[in-house]
Design a protein around this ligand. Structure first.
Ligand SMILES: Cc1cc2nc3c(=O)[nH]c(=O)nc-3n(C[C@H](O)[C@H](O)[C@H](O)COP(=O)(O)OP(=O)(O)OC[C@H]3O[C@@H](n4cnc5c(N)ncnc54)[C@H](O)[C@@H]3O)c2cc1C
Length: 362
């Protein structure tokens, strides 16, 4: 009988397992894919997320050639004018997702997590004494099942916790180019209906992610989307690609609750608004820490929904803060005239931009 069985070996699942074992609980993680898992992601870690990775002991396992520090966020208007806002300490880090997966998996195994790669969980049953998971390698019993199975979380649906999301359907696509980053900053370029996020993610790698609303751009391909940002396309020049394109969406996903008897949702599985704030990883690490903090009392009380309620409240608080900002930015991005005016305001008041950034990311 494991204390915690985690479905999904992404950043959220591995962080939960790590947080659990350092508190003395046993943890097993099932990840359906094998090797260093890749995913559509802008790969920018904001200061709080970077601090969490440091606290979890992951940073020392990161291959530095696959990451690059950044110290600011730069918003770029269509005409090329820009505002730069410095991030609060310790700044940010662009990390290639495969390198983050590798470092987190290594640290998790070193700490005592049983990480089963290439092993999908097919179904689960909850009873009074625990939960049974049917995985590719057979049945496993645990006191608590953690669903960290990503944006479209089959477990959120199976547990009856899925809520039909409301709001615009936005999608993301990312790819990397092999070139030295030109500045230690994450650039956000705006164009009608689409934004481009440019993140240094290695000594010789720059990640480019696009976010757009369904129907706002066509055709949807990396080159066509890049074509909407002529200055960025010129900057990249003919640099060779360093990865294949990966997409995700619709990004907005909702849960009616993050807990049920013997079950807790963490990371994107617990709900997501948009990648526009670059906070998904930070939110996942926050959620993992909040869940681990309630484990001693929740497991002692049978991991019922009631016993897990303090996690629900803590996660809901973080999510509300993130969702309010992400929704406001998406709302603004969908209104090009308003967005231009707002960005002009920030360009003329860089101190305000920096203060807002510090509040949002510190
Ligand atoms: C275009 C884009 C740009 C983004 N940019 C940023 C950014 O710059 N900064 C940032 O912080 N965040 C960003 N995000 C968000 C970030 O990528 C996510 O919030 C983060 O990956 C969530 O991690 P997770 O572990 O919850 O989910 P995932 O990383 O999706 O991991 C879920 C894992 O569960 C596994 N799984 C699913 N079902 C099963 C099963 N039945 N059995 C076993 N395993 C299973 C999957 O294989 C997967 O590995 C971006 C997202 C997108 C789409």
């Amino acid at each position: 009988m494991w204390d915690v069985a985690v479905v999904g070996g992404g950043p959220a699942g591995l962080a939960v397992a790590l947080e659990a074992v350092v508190r003395g609980f046993s943890a097993v993680v099932f990840e359906r894919r094998a090797g260093n898992v890749d995913k559509a992601c802008g790969e920018g870690l904001m200061p709080a997320g970077l601090a969490a990775l440091d606290r979890l002991g992951v940073l020392s396992h990161l291959d530095r050639a696959d990451s690059a520090a950044f110290e600011s966020i730069t918003y770029v208007q269509e005409d090329g004018r820009a505002v730069v806002g410095r991030l609060p300490p310790p700044g940010g880090l662009g990390v290639r997702r495969t390198a983050l997966s590798a470092a987190m998996a290594r640290r998790a195994r070193e700490a005592g997590v049983d990480l089963r790669e290439g092993c999908a969980v097919r179904s689960h049953r909850v009873d009074a004494a625990g939960v049974t998971l049917d995985a590719d390698d057979g049945a496993t019993r645990a006191r608590l099942l953690v669903a960290a199975d990503g944006l479209h979380s089959p477990l959120r649906h199976a547990a009856g916790l899925h809520l039909a999301p409301r709001g615009p359907r936005r999608f993301g696509l990312r790819r990397h180019v092999a070139m030295a980053p030109w500045a230690p900053t994450v650039e956000v370029h705006f164009a009608p209906g689409v934004e481009a996020y440019v993140t240094p993610s290695g000594a010789r790698r720059v990640g480019v992610a696009f976010l757009w609303e369904e129907g706002a751009v066509a055709p949807v391909s990396f080159d066509a989307l890049l074509g909407r940002f002529p200055a960025l396309a010129r900057r990249i020049g003919g640099a060779p690609y360093d990865s294949t394109p990966r997409g995700a969406g619709p990004l907005r996903q909702a849960a009616s609750a993050r807990v049920a008897d013997r079950i807790a949702l963490v990371g994107d599985a617990a709900g997501y608004v948009d990648a526009i704030t670059g906070e998904g990883l930070t939110l996942a690490f926050d959620g993992a820490a909040a869940l681990a903090a309630v484990l001693p009392s929740a497991l002692a009380r049978g991991a019922t929904a009631e016993a897990l309620a303090p996690y629900e409240r803590a996660a809901a608080r973080s999510f509300r803060r993130y969702a309010a900002l992400a929704s406001l930015l998406v709302w603004t991005a969908r209104r090009p005239r308003l967005r231009r005016a707002a960005l002009d305001g920030l360009i003329s008041a860089p101190a305000l931009f920096e203060a807002l950034l510090a509040r949002a990311t510190g």
